[in-house]
Design a protein around this ligand. Structure first.
Ligand code: NAG
Ligand code: NAG
Ligand code: NAG
Ligand code: NAG
Ligand code: NAG
Ligand code: NAG
Ligand code: NAG
Ligand code: NAG
Length: 629
């Protein structure tokens, strides 16, 4: 990398070059050597074979052909001077290639526009600077276009040095450090990076990259007009020099505001930034890549790439599904409490149909929310400004149309003086990911009141009343179960085991009435679930040994929020039903206290029981109800 800095700048070898040019090029219209300048002035057009080289030699502007076929198309572009495989970062005439190279030229006109033309006067491209410098005296130079060390080609008026036009304002497929991509606007349109059509075709391809037009809080890659990939939502506004969690450790992405009320995005590296060559590019295959040049290996290495897996494609896992990146091979899963809409398709790797609630969601106002940590939160959020975390929570809890929320405290007040970011969702939840690291908490509404019992429209109307009543009952149950202790003996705990929705066979819903045992009692019996009381752990919970009165008991403590396939679930439901019939194992009672779901069995010092105990029913929905016995 240091070698990039110490190599001989192009302009210092220009005398040799000029000589070579004179000697060798007089025989050919195709020049072999580069000219020395870093700028273009009126009356001295740039012709094929000549180039502009930035002052420190990093970038070159000139004519090139990306194709190695015989039928070549030519373009004017900017590339890295010292990288063997030509890496083009900007192309002027992407849409209209040069067909007659020998007559082409790039000139700065007296009206301060950069114009590319062919011999017959056909204009292929122009800078469209609309600031016209009025009647400059023919002898003075009114403007100058300079290729800067950053890779920016800037047209300035000579009088007051105003920037009239710059290539950084007209991005192609590449974002360079120091370049700003406009992501929110008052007057101007947001900017996009637009991919090449193919490896040898710089004309605009189908993929583009830029901010969501509805919110600068997230960015998209589009395939034509369809979302192809969505970035995580910003959780901080970064000032230059800060890092963004989700990118490579040495790369930051920043959002900042210029004085003209427009918001820009940029990226870079705070480390050794002058000598490190990095670029961000939207490839013709639809990937946003950040690459860094390794002079040792003489190759570009990828620091960051998205979408990295098929699973990361936009909405790949369907509604209420998410891509789990913490798996070695990222794969689709349903959110906790959801199951696939089309089981068979899901098993066969077609996830677009997504998932649905295992039970219909009935909001009863201000309810249980499940916290999903480490998530890329879903698309289609409403951004509510100026809210504390508690206010944000309240905003969602108090409104039944709110199904989820997320909150971030932005580290800087870069935008609108508001350092809060409260997001709420009212529709379907789509395009979520579980991040292998980073991510944020997503809070989703989970409170469900069985929809199967309430079938008529009349009941739909009285639902809020029932819901409130049931909520009250639940509170009473929890209170009785866990605070009244032994007095709660005669209460009944109903285990509602859910059967196959579509069938009326043996696996249909079945209720088992069990004595309710308080959480406190169970805790005492197992010495507060001490490690020494552990009999073993199953996939979906831990089994403890304890003593209740004079009885030895085994307590299955169901783990919180573990997901489980529907097939396993059915098997387990069937198994426990049979076991209950045959009295193989005696279920003494259950406890349902907030998140804690406990099943209390008679302890049989019998190995064959273990398999049963250790593999059971995290996903059985255990409902405690007080029945007036
Ligand atoms: C040029 O063509 C050859 C074969 O025709 C191919 O192997 C090579 O990759 C091409 N080079 C580029 C830069 O596309
Ligand atoms: C290309 O331009 C040169 C110079 O203007 C001209 O002589 C030649 O005929 C042109 N070639 C074609 C194919 O148009
Ligand atoms: C600079 O000069 C240009 C052209 O003469 C003019 O349009 C512009 O307003 C000037 N800018 C400033 C900041 O003076
Ligand atoms: C982009 O969209 C087109 C059609 O809309 C589709 O055929 C193509 O497969 C998509 N590309 C990718 C990489 O998804
Ligand atoms: C490049 O080479 C230098 C010294 O030869 C070494 O210190 C550095 O770690 C190398 N970088 C990489 C990426 O291999
Ligand atoms: C934010 O809300 C507080 C009260 O909750 C209010 O005093 C303040 O003016 C609000 N700020 C903005 C920028 O809306
Ligand atoms: C955000 O964080 C800052 C600093 O940590 C703190 O002063 C501020 O109260 C926080 N804001 C909210 C809404 O939590
Ligand atoms: C609930 O939220 C929706 C969507 O934000 C909103 O339209 C509606 O007015 C809210 N209802 C209440 C009672 O706040």
């Amino acid at each position: 990398m240091a070698s990039m800095r110490s190599r001989v700048p192009m302009h210092s070898i220009s005398p040799i070059c000029a000589t070579l040019l004179f000697l060798s090029c007089s025989f050919s219209s195709m020049h072999l050597c580069a000219s020395s300048d870093d700028h273009l002035v009126p009356g001295k057009p740039l012709t094929p074979g000549n180039t502009l080289v930035s002052d420190d030699g990093t970038f070159t502007l000139g004519f090139f052909s990306p194709s190695n076929s015989t039928k070549k198309h030519y373009y004017v572009g900017i590339w890295y001077s010292n990288i063997p495989q030509r890496t083009v970062v900007w192309v002027a005439n992407r849409v209209v290639p040069i067909t007659n190279l020998s007559s082409a030229m790039l000139a700065l006109t007296s009206s301060s526009n950069i114009v590319m033309s062919e011999g017959n006067g056909r204009i292929l491209w122009r800078s469209n600077n609309n600031i016209i410098i009025r009647s400059p005296p023919a002898t003075t130079i009114s403007a100058k276009a300079t290729l800067e060390n950053t890779g920016n080609f800037i047209l300035r008026s000579m009088g007051n040095n105003t920037i009239l036009w710059q290539s950084f304002d007209h991005p192609a497929d590449t974002l360079l450090p120091g370049m700003n991509l406009r992501i929110s606007h008052k007057v101007h349109q947001v900017q996009h990076l637009i991919s090449w059509k193919g490896p040898q075709d710089p004309s605009p391809g189908p993929f583009s990259y830029g901010a969501d037009p509805n919110s600068f809080l997230q960015r998209f890659i589009w395939n034509s007009t369809r979302p192809h990939h969505r970035s995580p939502v910003w959780t901080s506004y970064f000032l230059l020099g800060s890092y963004m969690e989700n990118l490579h450790p040495t790369i930051y992405m920043a959002v900042h505001r210029r004085d003209d009320d427009e918001v820009y995005m940029s990226f870079g590296t705070p480390i050794d930034s002058v000598s490190l060559l990095i670029r961000m590019v939207i490839s013709y295959t639809g990937k946003a890549n950040i690459l860094s040049w390794h002079s040792n290996m003489s190759a570009w290495t990828t620091l960051y790439t998205q979408p990295a897996h098929e699973c990361n494609l936009y909405a790949y896992c369907g509604p209420y599904g998410y891509c789990d990146n913490s798996e070695t091979t990222p794969t689709c899963k349903c959110l906790d409490g959801f199951e696939p809409n089309d089981e068979e398709a899901w098993i066969n790797g077609r996830f677009l149909e997504g998932c649905h609630w295992k039970k219909a969601l009935r909001c009863s106002g201000g309810d249980d929310f499940l916290t999903l940590p480490g998530m890329k939160v879903p698309d289609h959020f409403l951004f509510i400004g100026n809210k504390s975390f508690d206010e944000c929570t309240e905003e969602c809890h108090s409104n039944c149309s709110c199904v989820a929320y997320a909150y971030a405290n932005m580290s800087t007040k870069a935008i609108d003086g508001d350092d809060t970011r409260c997001l709420i969702w009212t529709g379907i939840l789509i395009d979520m990911e579980k991040c292998s690291e980073g991510g944020e908490n997503l809070y989703i509404r989970t409170k469900k009141i069985s929809g199967t019992m309430l079938t008529t429209n009349i009941l739909e109307i009285v639902l809020p009343v029932l819901a409130a009543l049931l909520a009250l009952i639940c509170i009473v149950v929890v209170w009785i179960c866990c605070f009244r202790g032994k007095q709660g003996r005669n209460e009944i705990c109903t285990m509602l085991m859910l059967g196959d929705r579509g069938s009326t066979h043996e696996l249909a819903d079945r209720k088992i009435d069990l004595p309710l045992i308080s959480f406190r009692e169970v805790a005492t019996a197992t010495q507060n679930f001490s490690d020494s009381a552990i009999l073993g752990r199953g996939g979906f919970g831990t089994v403890y040994k304890g003593t209740l009165g004079d009885k030895d008991i085994a307590v299955k403590r169901l783990c919180k929020g573990s997901g489980q396939g529907v097939v396993e679930f059915k098997n387990e439901a069937a198994l426990i039903t049979k076991l209950q019939h045959r009295n193989l194992v005696k279920l003494l009672g259950c406890c349902n206290d907030k998140d804690e779901k406990l099943l209390i069995y008679e302890y049989l010092p019998n190995n064959s029981l273990d398999a049963f105990l250790f593999s059971m029913f995290c996903s059985l929905i255990v409902k405690a109800q007080v029945l007036n016995h």
